[in-house]
Every structure is written in C-alpha cells, then in structure tokens.
Design a protein around this ligand. Sequence first.
Ligand code: ZN
Ligand code: ZN
Ligand code: FE
Length: 744
Amino acid sequence: MERVLIHIHGIVQGVGFRPFIHKQVLHYELRGTIKNTSSGVELELEGERPELERFIADLPEKAPKLAVIERVEADFSPELRGFPDFQILTSKTEAQRNTLISPDIGICEDCLRELFNPKDRRYRYPFINCTNCGPRFTIIKDVPYDRAKTSMSSFPMCPDCDREYHDIENRRYHAQPDCCPICGPHVFYLDAEGRPVEGDAIELARAAIRDGKIVAVKGLGGMHLSCRCDDAEITKTLRRRKQRDEKPFAVMCRDAETAKKFCFVSAEEEKLLNSFRRPIVLLKKRERGALGHLSENGFLGVMLPYTPLHYLLFGDDFDMLVMTSANLSDTPIMYCNDEAAEKLHGIADGFLLHNRDIQTRCDDSLCWCLGGGEYFARRSRGYVPFPVSTHEDLGMALACGAEQKASFCLSKGNYVFPSQHIGDLKNIETYENYTQQIRHFERLFDIRPTVLACDLHPDYLSTAYASERSEAEGIPLVRVQHHHAHMAACMADNALTGEVIGLVWDGVGFGTDGTSWGGECLVGGYRAFRRLGSIRPIPLVGGDLVTKESSRVAWALLRAAGESTRRFRDSAAWDFMLSNGLNCPLSSGMGRLFDGVSALLGIKERCSYEGQGAVLLEAAAAEDEGVYPVSFEEEDGVARFDWRGMIRRIVKEQSDGVESGVIAARFMNTLVDMAVSQCLYARDVSGLSRVVLSGGSFQNLYMMRRLPAALEKEGFAVCRHRRVSPNDEGLSLGQLMIAKAKLQ
Ligand code: ZN
Ligand code: ZN
Ligand code: FE
C-alpha cells in the first residue's frame, strides 16, 4: 500500500470531473479524498501502487470530454493516513467559487441512440440529455449549478429520473437537466397568429416547412427561423420579411455526408462539424456560384443538428434547412416564447416552441477550420462560458470591448471568461443585454473587478459604460488604443510575453492622433506600443456613408492616383466636398482599401453589411501569382504604404481587359508583399522577429493562407488567433491584458 498526492491543473471543475473521479476510485478500489483548488483539483489516495499508477495513467483519456487537463503532478509516499473510504471535500465558500460552468453541449451518441429506440422510455422525447450532453449555460440562473437554480426547477423529477440521478453507475448521475416525458418539458406548436394548434407539434412544424412555410424553432440559446433550402422563392420571402437582403444564411445539414454534396469537407472540418460544440463551420462551396440564394460568397455556413428536437424535426424529410437567428435586423436573438410570438408576427408562419425557458441568449458559434482548429468569426454557443487560460495571474478585471461586435471579458486568477456574441450596442435592446450579461457573469463567477478597461473611442457605448462604472464604483479605468488591444489579444491568445511586431488590419479604430486607423504595423508588448507602419490615409467623402457606398472610396482612390473619375455620377459634388474639407475624414483602415478596390473592380459598389466588399473580393479572386509594385512614403517614422502606384496599375490592367478576379488576386498578393516589407523594416528597427496577425481584415482565408507563409519564408515566427476571434469580438481580451500591465 502507498499514498499519493495528485494535483490536476486545468479546467476540471463543473465538468462532471468529481463524479468521474469517484467512479474511477471505486473501479481501482482506492480510498481517499478530493477537493477543488484554485487551479484545479487535489486528490489524496491510498491503494496498491500499480492500481494508483493505472488510475493516473487513465486520467487524460477517460476524463469527461469538457475537461481540459493541462498538467498532472503526483507525489508518492509510503506513509499512510488510513482513509476509511472516498470523500469529496467541499467548503461552503468553495461551492460558490472557482466553479466553472459548462457550455451547452450537442446531443451525445448514447442519447441519440435512445432517442430513436422505440423500447427506450425517452423514445422521441425532444429533451433527452445526460451528464455528457444537453443544455447548461443557457438554462442557469445562478450558482451553485444545481437543478433548483436552472430553468429545470419547475420540473420536479419523477421517481425513475430521480433513481438515475442518484445512481453513480448511471449515465445520468448528477445530470441536472435530466428529465423524461413524464416529468420534463414539452413542445407545442403555434400558428402564424400565435394560436396553439392541436396535434404532434414536431409533425406540424415539419409539414409546414415542407409546404414552404417559415417556422420559428426554439433552440438552446435562442430562436431560429427555419425553412427549405431548395427553393429560392422561399428564401427570398424570408429575406424580405427579415430585412436581410444579401447577408448569407446559415444552414443545418442532416449530417456531414450531406454537407459534402454541396461543400468540400476535409477530415478536420468533419471532425469540427461533429464535435460536441457543433459550431457553424464556413465550408468552401464545391461550385463558387452555386447556392447563391443562401450565400453570395464562396463559403457556406454549415452546422449539424445539436438538440434532440433538431433531429426529430429533420426526420426523413430534409437534407438541409435554413437555420438563421430569429431577430429583426441588429436586435439580439429572440429567446422568450411570448416575445417571439409577438415580434415574429408577420415573419414566421408557425412556431415550434417548448416550455423550458432559456435564461441566457447564446447565438451559434461561427468559424473556419484552419490548421485543424477553430478560427473564429464568432465564439459563442458551445464555447462560452468556458475560460481562456493565461500565463499570469490577472486578478479580477473587466474589459468592455468595442461597439459593433461587442463582447466583454472578465478575469479571475489565470482564467479569462470571454462573453458570448452580443451584437451592436447602438441597438438599445442589445445594450441592455450587454449590461445584464456583464452582471450575470460577475455573479456566476463571483468576480468583483478591481480594474476596468475600454476602448479609446470617446463615442463607443462600451466606453460610456466603463466610465460610468469607474466613477460610480471608484474602480480605476484604463483606456486602450484599439489596434494595440487587437495586438495584445493575439499575444494573449498565443500565451506570448515580451514584445512582438503586430500587423493589425481592420475597418476602423480610433487612433491616438484622433484619426481613424486600421492598416497598422505596430511593435510593442502589453505595456506600450509604437506605430511603425500604416497605409496612406484615404479621404472618406461623406464620412460614415462610405461603409455603405464603397464607390465613394473607389472615387477617392482614383482621384488621389491622378486617374479619371468620370465614371462617377457624383464626382463634381464629391470633389467640392474634398476641396473644401467638408465631411471628409481621413482613414488608414485596411477595410476601406478592400472596399474601394472591390468597388473599383465592379465587384461591389454598395454594401448592405459590414465587410461585404472585402468578402466578395476574396470570393472573386482567381488563382494568380501576379503582384503590383509596392512603395512607401515616410511620415514621422511611420512607413505608409503608398497605394497610388497600385491603383494606377489596376486602372491600366482594367483598360487592357484583365479580368477583375485576376486583379483581385494581384491586389491581395500586393498586400502580402507590402506586409512582409513592413515587417522587415520593423525587424530592422526593433530586432523583433515574432509577428502577430489580428483585426477583422484577417477573416480572409486567401490572406491567411499566403501571409503567414510569406513571413515565415523571411524567418519570422507568425501567430494568429486560435481561441478568440481576430475581429472586434476578441478585442476585450487584449484590453484586459494591457490594463493589467499598465497598472502594475
Ligand atoms: Zn447524452
Ligand atoms: Zn422523469
Ligand atoms: Fe477592430
């Protein structure tokens, strides 16, 4: 007999880890104790040495799938304590604190099998779940996480469920949302007027969709609007009703095999599609021009069913359904039955709802599969509220994010908790949800921030929120330059310390000189940065109007390059504005350069959503290795890319009849060359050779395939985002790191 003290570091709390350990201890006939610590769990066990060793060896492989084991330390000792049995040690405070909360988990294989097994007592029951799957974050009202503090509190367990819940050998041991047709929630169907319809709710919904109707379907973190994919007239109706003219719809495919009919699906993408997190994965279409009524670009956002209700709804009728968030343009996703029936009146022809309340909105996550892992456009359902671990203790801090793609994050020790997708704060309901979610997270994770961070932009509503709280609660506030925050976010994402070169490309961010930045080459670390490179500023004729009317940017590019602007109807008026400095702010935003070239090439002259010009330019790009010449102009030590030579070459090639897809590729190749030149310059000046890539413009897979390779060829080590998004949603992580560094 020997005794062993085991420390398990990582994400091992609130993931069913202690029940798992309990089972393993019984299996190997060990005795001892387990308790939570600030960085994981601590076990003290006694037993035969081979048994103890096998117990430890089993940990990584057999642990619950949500657990992230970062490190296991084991100290053996011959001195025995003589434990009588196995005990889970809990302290009062510990039950409240340091408890991680699981994200919602897609239905597991076992539950799926039971769902379609006529002999199972949960046969075709849309709320089947177990310890390994089901709703979590979205049904929790408060901590500690047990049934009484979730939406399941109004459904007392029947004796059968109760027996499973208390049986350590059962898959539903301590599964808080466990239920069955006898004791659990149920589905119902409403017609277009919100009146209940008699009959099998799922059959009614399926029949309506089959008939070409649009049906609101209640999911885990909110409602979807669902309809058939195979009829462009139906999706056109949905677009009209939802006022979503061109932005792509996400779809749900019955399985990965079906997705392969329409898209290229690599083994890694298939794995991600099937993962229990079930994100929407942006897959490359087999034919670029196909499925234009669903997505106008080269990708299709595909997810697989993740609730039992989804599987039942598909039945044998459909291969693929539109599943788009049920909201009116720019408002948060709907999640309450009454609200949906009222606000979706005239939009949905029917409602497939249920009486298990959603406590917290959580949109579907959206990502590409890059290098075998997620590259997020949106990190939300299936991931939130799991923390991102950091290399240092950050104490308790709150970073308030940006505005249009708002998110926040809170830190506690070595964990940072990024929020779910929130949306555009300029919408009042979105702003309310933002402030409520901040308080909700603070309560769930027992965090009282002692540091606040926000953007430098004076007009962001997140900045206003942060200043108000700073004043009201006397908490120090650090205002962080937008692109510095992007750079720091990518550093923290990759656990980097020290100093790096940061290429930060996005649409717009408030610069330290009060102008709009966005095509930046920075050097520095968490504490400070210097701007070494940028692009020649572009005058935005009409200010914010240019984000919709990209032809204004194209005009400004041509005019600066000394080319004819005759093709623009409003040329004289814009000329007057520019000559007289009327509403023509300057911007070095890379997003604007993409918009301008996209309009110049006739790819997109009017944009109906952010980034559309750039997305369509990427989609239009041909395979071509050509580049345009790159030159820089220096101003106060900042090497600015002078795009005028490139614009002149583009105009020349257009008049020579070169295809716009070829020019689009050459334009992006030129940006790769430009970025490499800037990094070489930055390396000369600073001696640094690590490069981080951040900002929304790097949500461009053409660039992401070429730029890292080109930099690596020059001897740079390149890091891109892995755990948070490169766009403004990931910004708060960087803000938090910088605020902590500045206050130290
Ligand atoms: Zn399950
Ligand atoms: Zn039951
Ligand atoms: Fe940004």
